[in-house]
Design a protein around this ligand. Structure first.
Ligand code: ADP
Ligand code: MG
Ligand code: MG
Length: 953
């Protein structure tokens, strides 16, 4: 039904069915809109159908369009399948002309109301149907208001409104060289066309692009008898949510404006009443409304966002839709509704989006930093806490500029506006936060910000914004365009300058924890975390991780005090290998050699032995030092994850990543050469920061004497350069890395395994339950795995025998080369587990180098639709996904107990998680902060298809 009637039409029909007071009307389907968009004309027969439906409506209403004896007025309203609040157009009061306005005045005895309605039609029709600049109408209205005592629209008298109507008609004629159409049927037809056209208006298209709503759905057009909130004090119009959309609190939340029509309540023309105040002001109206709101919520079993109008004390319902809400509200409402017995736990899970979990765990302002800012006098003002969260950014008053800064320059921007309108949305999309001077909790800014998950402070009346000067003032403080401000959407506070943010407190998110507990009951897929350090592992565990799926050991090499040891190890390694092999072959020759050869071989060996000893001290000695350090690192992680599996990956990156940069070294060596005997040259050419640092290094090496420094530094730098040059590769990503390193330099991986098992044995003796799993990276051929596993498992057994302890362990491999996936049945014979390294698997399957691709062409590929999305963010189902699926099947055929998981960044991406569930992985592993999201996404994956819910976007 929503496909054809749109959400608004379907909602109106449903409310009518429920017996709620809804003005009669009919809906023209989205099909007609699509035909209209294609040809620019109404499809044949449509106008006849509209005429017929109108006749029925007239009979129901007991009024006739254009008939001065009983004039019917209608609204023509847009409404698509997915609600796009304020993105399309609506025309009210269609049917008024020079004759019916007089009739209306006379029949009602309310002349003011009749002229007020007419001026509204003229400006709406002019703006929406005829594209006249809205500001021209506003200027006329403003001028008239200025002449009244109270300066409000309600202060305008009937005569004034009549004069405004005349001015509007003049404006209309001068803009269009034609008169305002007096024939109501022409008005109706043109309004329907305009509503259809608004489907393809810029705002609507931007909104759909951002929310991934298809462009071919079209909008319906609803023609509905008017009811009037602008008939005086006992009339008005309002919008409300059945629960607080910001916090989720169970309370009617919204606003009501007396003597007003349509969007007046959200446009900030006058300050509206809070719904709760309506209770005292007009208890009878409030009771009617509260009853209707509750009925709707019970019926739709979800929060409703409703529009209503009160005409002389009588309530009319004009719209109901699922209420957009913040992350915090989404979680609270879902949990509350389960407690109230309104929805099932499964439904509750499906109502919370993974992105909500991300937003709930977003950083917030550090309270201490806020106090300090206040002490420093940087507190500016307080507005309405319209959408929670913390944002710091530079002030922009212009949505175009905000879009440019945020999107193209990746700068944090806070968009500051008097109030926002649908024409500002493109700028809001790229802002970090929204700050407005006017408007309430249901103002445009607030609604859109909540939908986008952006912090928003609205109605901050203390701000005096001067767009022309590019500044705003609060008292005597001035903030200019480009200056930093911080807004706290949770409290409504606004500060000058940046404020430090802190990590969220998962402990305190009680509702979220409840919901994730339900997710844990539902999901099949386990959620593990990638953690390189004990503190990450600890945090992951707090977030609910069930294991560590990837502990990268190379990070442990990068720490400052370890890097020199690592250098020493890498520099000595190749020579050690070479010399060792030489000595070994000489020794075996020696055994079978005859006497005279024996002497010579012995001499050669004794020459090489001291060299080998030195190399061995440098290579194996460094390794041993590293082993000690790594043992502590491993012990930390294993202890933090006691009782749970921890997958430790052996060294993976090419060795040169640990060495200084080749180009930098080359420049330094060249400089040293050139300035030999002329140290002043070194001084004279020290321009950049790096140059100056190098100069200091040379000075230090010579204990203050540059010339001596040059001589001292040149030889070691040259040696280093030669070593770096030797490790240089044309394509390091596909070079000597991963298990290839361990096969070439077995001592390195043996050291790592020794350290892991020493740590594990020690912990076990201390009574800690440990489950290390050793992961060998980048295997492409089963022989690589056989080779490494044999050596490493022997090492592990050696340690366990020596320590007299057995630990529960596994050996397995990463799957990140297509060949490994293709030959998974071979590889599974030697692996107890597989872990998909989908970053590398995506690189090698596409033949992309990620860094080059993302920097140069990949994003263009996505925007030109050559690729549907970035395959490094979401797994490419058809290619990479197919390899994964096949790999799991082949692997499990050989080894049914094979444990399979994923440790690439995709492990935290909801749609990739769905794929992982589908192909039967045991777990996904993602960064600690993603664990809660993954828990929910894993539950969604399981529930998908078993529970059906209509989803709005
Ligand atoms: P949107 O989709 O932007 O919310 P609507 O079609 O809901 O636009 O209409 C804009 C405003 O006009 C709303 O405040 C709505 O309540 C009001 N409105 C629409 N139709 C009528 C009507 N028949 N009588 C009175 N007010 C109406
Ligand atoms: Mg509406
Ligand atoms: Mg990899």
């Amino acid at each position: 039904m929503r496909d054809l009637l749109g959400g608004k039409g379907a909602g109106l029909a449903e409310m009518t069915r429920l017996g709620l007071p809804v003005p009669p009307g009919f809906t023209i389907t989205t099909k007609a809109c699509n035909a209209f968009s294609k040809s620019g004309r109404f499809p044949p027969g449509l106008l006849k159908q509209v005429d017929d439906a109108l006749a029925t409506l007239e009979a129901k209403a007991g009024k006739t369009l254009g008939d001065p004896s009983k004039p019917l007025l209608v609204s023509v309203r847009s409404g698509a399948k997915f609600s796009m609040p304020g993105m399309m157009d609506t025309v009210l009061n269609v049917g008024l002309n020079d004759r019916t306005v007089l009739a209306l005045a006379e029949l009602s005895g309310n002349e003011r109301w009749a002229w007020d309605s007419y001026r509204r039609l003229l400006s709406m029709f002019g703006r929406i149907v005829k594209d006249i600049d809205a500001r021209k109408f506003e200027a006329i209205l403003e001028r008239a208001k200025e002449r009244t005592e109270g300066r409000k629209d309600t202060d305008l008298t009937a005569d004034m409104l009549r004069a405004i109507v005349e001015e509007y008609k003049d404006l209309y004629r001068s803009e269009l060289k034609e008169a305002f159409p007096q024939e109501p049927k022409d008005q109706l037809r043109e309004a329907i066309g305009a509503v259809f056209r608004s489907w393809n208006g810029k705002r609507a298209v931007d909104y759909r692009n951002f929310n991934k709503i298809p462009h071919n759905l079209g909008t319906a057009a609803n023609v509905q008898a008017m009811v009037f909130g602008n008939m005086g004090h006992d009339s008005g119009t309002g919008v409300a949510f059945t629960r607080n959309p910001s916090t989720g609190q169970k309370e009617l939340y919204g606003e009501y404006l007396e003597s007003a029509q349509g969007e007046d309540v959200v446009a900030g023309i006058r300050t509206p009443l809070k719904i709760s105040d309506l209770k005292e002001r007009s208890p009878a109206v409030y009771e009617q409304f509260a009853g209707a709101a509750q009925l709707l919520e019970q019926h739709f079993r979800d929060v409703q966002d409703v529009e209503f109008t009160v005409e002389r004390g009588k309530l009319f319902m004009l719209q109901t839709r699922t209420g957009k809400r913040t992350a915090q509200a989404a979680v609270k409402i879902a949990v509350d509704m389960v407690d109230e017995g309104l929805i099932s736990k499964e439904e509750a899970l499906l109502r919370v989006e993974p992105i909500h979990v991300v937003q709930l765990l977003l950083p917030r302002f550090d309270e201490e930093a806020k106090r300090v800012a206040a002490k420093e006098g940087r507190y500016l003002a307080k507005g309405l806490n319209a959408s929670p969260g913390a944002a710091t950014g530079c002030v922009s008053f212009d949505p175009d500029e905000a879009e440019h800064l945020g999107r193209d320059e990746k700068k944090p921007v806070v968009l500051v506006r008097t109030e926002t309108s649908p024409d500002d949305v493109h700028g809001m999309l790229y802002a970090k936060g929204i700050l407005t001077a006017h408007g309430g909790a249901t103002s445009h800014a607030a609604v859109v910000a909540r939908g986008l998950g952006l912090p928003c402070v609205a109605g901050c009346e203390a701000l005096r914004i001067d767009y022309g000067a590019g500044e705003f003032r609060v008292g005597d403080k001035v903030v200019h365009r480009g200056d930093f401000v911080s807004i706290d959407g949770t409290t409504g506070e606004v500060f000058d300058g940046p404020i430090r943010t802190i990590d969220p407190d998962f402990e305190r998110e009680a509702d979220l924890r409840t919901l994730l507990g339900w997710a844990d009951d539902v999901r099949r897929l386990q959620v593990w975390a990638n953690a390189d350090y004990p503190r990450d592992a600890q945090r992951a565990r707090e977030f609910g991780a069930q294991g560590v799926g990837l502990c990268r050991t190379e990070h442990m090499f990068f720490e400052k005090d370890r890097l020199p040891v690592v250098h020493e190890m890498i520099l000595a390694a190749p020579e050690y290998r070479r010399t060792n092999a030489q000595v070994r072959s000489l020794r075996s020759d020696l055994e079978s050699a005859r006497d005279e050869r024996k002497v010579e071989l012995g001499r050669k060996i004794s020459l090489l032995e001291p060299i080998l000893e030195d190399l061995s001290r440098r290579y194996l000695g460094s390794l041993e030092k590293l082993g000690h350090l790594q043992r502590e690192d491993f012990a930390g992680i294993l202890r933090a994850m006691a009782g749970l599996p921890v997958i430790i990956r052996l060294i993976d990156p090419p060795l040169h990543e640990f060495l200084p940069n080749y180009d930098t070294l080359l420049v330094e060596v060249t400089k040293l050469h050139l300035s030999r005997g002329n140290p002043e040259l070194l001084k004279a050419t020290a321009v950049s920061k790096e140059d100056k640092e190098f100069l200091e290094e040379v000075e230090e090496a010579g204990q203050g004497d540059l010339a001596r420094g040059i001589e001292a530094l040149l030889p070691p730098k040259e040696r280093l350069l030669a070593a770096v040059a030797a490790t240089k590769e044309a394509n390091p990503m596909l070079g000597l890395r991963g298990c290839r390193l361990g096969i070439t330099y077995p001592e390195i991986t043996e050291m790592q395994v020794r350290a892991i098992f020493e740590a594990a044995c020690q912990l076990k003796k201390d009574g800690v339950d440990v489950h290390p799993e050793i992961m060998i990276p980048l295997v492409g051929h089963v022989h690589e795995l056989e080779n490494q596993r044999a050596a490493l498992e022997a090492e592990a057994k050696k340690v366990m025998a020596r320590e007299g302890v057995t630990v529960d362990y596994k050996f397995g491999t990463m799957i990140e080369i297509p060949r490994a996936a293709l030959t998974a049945d071979e590889i599974a014979k030697d692996a107890e587990f597989f872990s998909f390294g989908t970053n590398d698997l995506t690189q090698t399957t596409f033949g992309y180098s990620r860094d080059d691709a993302e920097g140069k062409f990949l994003l263009d590929y996505v925007s030109n639709k050559i690729l549907p999305f970035n395959p490094f963010q979401t797994i490419d189902r058809e290619g990479v996904g197919q390899l994964m699926r096949m790999c799991v099947q082949k692997g499990r055929k050989v080894r049914p107990t094979l444990e399979v998981g994923i440790c690439g960044e995709h492990g935290g991406d909801p749609s990739s998680i769905e794929l992982c569930d589908e192909i039967g992985l045991n777990y996904v592993s993602c960064s600690p902060y993603r664990v809660p999201v993954a828990r929910l996404a894993a539950a969604h994956a399981k529930l998908r298809g078993t529970v059906s819910v209509v989803k709005d976007r």
